[in-house]
Structure formats: structure tokens, C-alpha cells
Design a protein around this ligand. Structure first.
Ligand code: ASP
Ligand code: MG
Length: 472
């Protein structure tokens, strides 16, 4: 029998009505195939848990009580609306209260010690999935199906990293199918907690914020699933942000590479690591809207659906800053780039784009605006003596910019795309500050003033006819 792994994001299980809708989606899929569900915390819950944990670390005990009350209200309210069967209601309520008590105990311990260790934070922040998985499993039982909540700490084995754990695929392949497949064979619908893993020794870890997508593809890969569906609150991947381009269209099929570029570059539909586990096996991943399940969604496959123009989608990232290290004295000097990026790394600034022209008069790169101040300080320190001797003449930050990227697998090896792209911008009078194209050629990125972001995106969208043509 075919197997589908379905993941429901936070908004797709945001309240009782959404959970009921998710249960119906699973029920209808389960008529024709086996289904393993993966679930995020109800929307807002993870943020709330993390905020309360940090509050507790300051010694604040009241925050813990507020957290427990809020979790209780939210989940108990959903249980009341969803679960009519009395004994199921009582059992589920008891389990939910028990998890909330555990979280509150962890927060109180944190407040007493005024210390939040990474392990404690992982235990606290993962409670949302442990709650939502039980709710969704019970909602399936209400429909007469056999839903069972399963803790991913029994399934996904990871390295020992509480906050951003990498899965150990070999170990996970030994563990997860042995636990899940017998359930599936018995007609059970497992509902697995997203976001969570555990070390081989059983210490709980988390896969990083938004990591439930990753949980779904890790499980899909080790279960040799036929497909994976990521149910979310948008119709799929669009040719551009519809807030910037009115005639943005849904892309029916894109490749893993295109999806990875888009996930990185602003269209944050997927956790960036999501496609890694399934790319080798070529398992298709769908992005679909749980609020509009009749919509077809976007299918992500190995080859995608190549379009003639090569460009498939355009993304824009704002809230980023351009940092320039420049001066005649850096020309031909070995180690300037190394020093620049070592400084950025030393303050954990993530570098989004790099550009240096062959004249070597300056190196520029882009970081999140939130990281810019720190990075500037670190650079000034690293280049202190070069600044004194005017080898480096300036280190500047420009926060008023954005990155725009044109993405498409078929851009690779197709001449003329960059030419069309930049002349379309030229015709609209858009000035380009910096350009970068990785040698993968799936992505041409450039930097413009933030004030012209919309007209730049619209110009390229129009040039490559992305809106009008029906995109396959
Ligand atoms: N609940 C986690 C988060 O908010 C994981 C997820 O939603 O994918 O980051
Ligand atoms: Mg989420």
C-alpha cells in the first residue's frame, strides 16, 4: 500500500476548527493509502514557550503561571470543541494537563536557578508539539479512526545539539520504520510530534525553528514514502510575492533546487533543510493549503517543470544591510576577505550575499539588519590598524537596500537571461548596487535601494512573462 507523510503547520492546527479540518484531510487520504501525520505546535505556542523560558531565566515566576494558564485555556478550549466522547475527553485533558505541569516545573526550576540551559530550553520549547499531536490524534478517533500520538524522540535520532540538531539518518532508518510500520499495518494513523528528535542516548533535541517540515521529510525518507505533503496556510509557491506583484501565479511544479533557492531567498514556505533528506530518493514533496484543500498546490520534484524563459520565480528580501569594506590599500592584499568574514562569523552574523569585483577596491556583503551593528563593530576591531594606516579607508553599512533574486533551474547554461533581466531594470530606471550569481546558476541576485523593490520585482516578472502565461 502507498504511504503518504503529511505535515500540518502551526496555523493548520491553530484552533479546534483547524484541527478538525486537518483530521478530515487525513481521514480522506487514509481511505486510499497509509498515512503518517507530523504536526507542529498550535500557532503561537512555541513562541510563547520560548518567551516564558527566557522570562523564567531572569527569575520571573509570574511568567510561568501566565504560561501555564494560557496553554491550558488554549488547549482545553480546543479539546472541549473537538472531543465529544466523554472518556476520551477526560483522558486527553489529563494528558494535556500533565504536559503543562511538566513545562511549568521546568520553568520554575529555571527561575530558581536563574539559568536556562540549552537542554532545558529544548524540553520547554518542544511541549507545543507534544500537546498538538495528542489533540490531532484524538480528533481522528472522534472520526472513528485509530489516531495515536507518537513522540518523535522515539523515532528521529540526532546529533547532540539541543537547538539545531542534525538527524543521523542511518540510525533513524533503523528506529523509525520499526516503530511506525507495524502501527500503520494495523490500520493505526500515527500522529508524530514535529520539531523533536533525541540523541541515541535518548536526550531530547530540537531541529531548529520551523523544523517540523524537516521532521516530515526525514520520516518520509526513512519510511520510503511515496510522497510528502506539507499542509500550510498558503496555496503553494508563487512566481512572486503577491503583495509586490498583482498577477503573481501559483507554480504547479518546481525542482528541489528551485525550491531550495526560494526557501533561502525570502519565500519562506519551507524550512531550508526540508528537501535534503528526500532529494536523493526523488520523493515528491507537495505544498498545499489546508484551508483550501481543493487547490492543487505546488509539487516539488527532481526536475521540476522547466519553463522556456528559464526564470521561474522572483523573490525579494528586505530588512537586510549592505556592508562594504573598501579602500585602495586592500588591492592585492592577501587575507582581507578572510579577515572580513571571520569578523562576521565571530558575531554569528549570517552572510546572505557576497560581491567583490576584480578591481578589488572593495568587498561588500549582506547580513540581516539585526546583525549589522554587531558586524560593523567586529570589522572595526579586526581592521583597527588597517584603518589607522589607511589601508582600509572605509567600513560602511547601508541599511536601505534589499536583495532581489531571479530563480530557475533552466537559467543554467541559458545565455541572455542576465542581459534581459538587467535591461528590464534599466528601462525602468532601477539602479543596481551589487550583483551576485553563484556558479550553480539557479539564482541571479542583485542589490537595489529598498525604495525601488516593488518596481524591480514587477519589471522582471513582466519581462519573463511570469504572470500572464499559465505556469505549469
Ligand atoms: N513549532 C516549531 C516552531 O514554531 C516548529 C514548527 O512549527 O515547525 O518553530
Ligand atoms: Mg511553524
Amino acid at each position: 500500500m502507498k504511504l503518504q507523510v503529511m505535515k500540518f503547520g502551526g496555523t493548520s492546527v491553530g484552533d479546534a476548527e483547524c484541527i478538525a479540518r486537518a483530521a478530515k484531510i487525513i481521514a480522506s487520504a487514509a481511505r486510499a493509502r497509509s498515512v503518517v501525520a507530523v504536526v507542529s505546535a498550535m500557532s503561537g505556542v512555541t513562541n510563547r514557550l520560548i518567551a516564558a523560558a527566557h522570562q523564567a531565566a531572569t527569575g520571573d515566576k509570574a511568567a510561568t503561571n501566565e504560561l501555564a494558564a494560557a496553554l491550558s485555556t488554549q488547549h482545553a478550549g480546543a479539546i472541549d470543541a473537538l472531543i465529544k466522547d466523554e472518556s476520551r475527553h477526560a483522558k486527553l485533558s489529563a494528558e494535556v494537563q500533565q504536559i503543562i505541569r511538566e513545562v511549568a516545573a521546568l520553568c520554575r526550576g529555571t527561575a530558581l536557578l536563574r539559568e536556562l540551559t540549552p537542554r532545558t530550553l529544548a524540553a520547554i520549547s518542544s511541549a507545543g508539539e507534544r500537546l498538538s499531536a495528542r489533540l490531532l490524534a484524538a480528533a481522528l478517533c472522534e472520526l472513528g479512526l485509530h489516531g495515536v500520538a507518537v513522540e518523535a524522540s522515539e523515532l528521529i535520532i540526532t546529533e547532540d545539539d539541543s537547538a539545531q540538531a542534525e538527524p543521523l539518518m542511518k540510525e533513524t532508518r533503523e528506529r523509525a520504520p520499526a516503530r511506525l510500520l507495524p502501527l500503520v499495518k494495523d490500520g493505526v494513523l500515527p500522529v508524530v510530534t514535529g520539531f523533536i528528535g533525541a540523541t541515541a542516548e535518548g536526550i531530547l533535541t530540537t531541529l531548529g525553528r520551523g523544523g517540523s517540515d524537516y521532521s516530515a521529510t526525514i520520516l518520509g525518507a526513512v519510511l520510503d514514502a511515496d510522497e510528502i505533503i506539507i499542509w500550510t496556510d498558503v496555496d503553494g509557491v508563487l512566481t512572486a510575492d503577491p503583495r509586490l506583484v498583482m498577477d503573481a501565479r501559483l507554480l504547479r511544479e518546481i525542482s528541489y533546487n528551485e525550491a531550495a533557492e526560494l526557501a533561502h531567498f525570502g519565500a519562506k514556505v519551507l524550512h531550508p533543510k526540508t528537501l535534503r533528506p528526500v532529494a536523493d530518493a526523488g520523493i515528491p514533496v507537495w505544498i498545499r493549503n489546508s484551508f483550501a484543500p481543493e487547490e492543487p498546490g505546488t509539487k516539488i520534484t527532481r526536475t521540476g517543470h522547466p519553463t522556456e524563459s528559464g526564470v521561474k520565480a522572483i523573490t525579494a528580501i528586505s530588512n537586510v544591510s549592505l556592508i562594504t569594506v573598501g579602500g585602495r590599500g586592500i588591492v592585492g592584499v592577501i587575507g582581507v576577505a578572510a579577515k572580513t568574514f571571520t569578523a562576521a562569523a565571530s558575531v554569528r552574523a549570517n552572510v546572505l550575499l557576497i560581491s567583490q569585483s576584480s578591481s578589488e577596491n572593495d568587498i561588500c556583503f549582506i547580513v540581516d539588519s539585526g546583525d549589522a551593528e554587531r558586524t560593523l563593530k567586529a570589522l572595526k576591531k579586526a581592521f583597527a590598524s588597517d584603518l589607522v594606516h589607511h589601508n582600509v579607508e572605509h567600513i560602511r553599512v547601508n541599511p536601505g537596500i534589499c536583495i532581489i533574486a531571479a530563480v530557475g533551474e533552466k537559467m543554467r547554461g541559458t545565455p541572455g537571461i542576465a542581459g534581459r533581466l538587467f535591461s528590464a531594470l534599466g528601462k525602468r530606471g532601477v539602479n543596481i548596487i551589487a550583483i551576485a550569481q553563484g556558479s550553480s546558476e539557479y539564482n541571479v541576485s542583485f542589490v537595489v535601494e529598498a525604495s525601488v523593490m516593488q518596481s524591480a520585482v514587477a519589471a522582471i516578472h513582466e519581462e519573463f512573462d511570469l504572470g500572464r502565461r499559465s505556469i505549469k
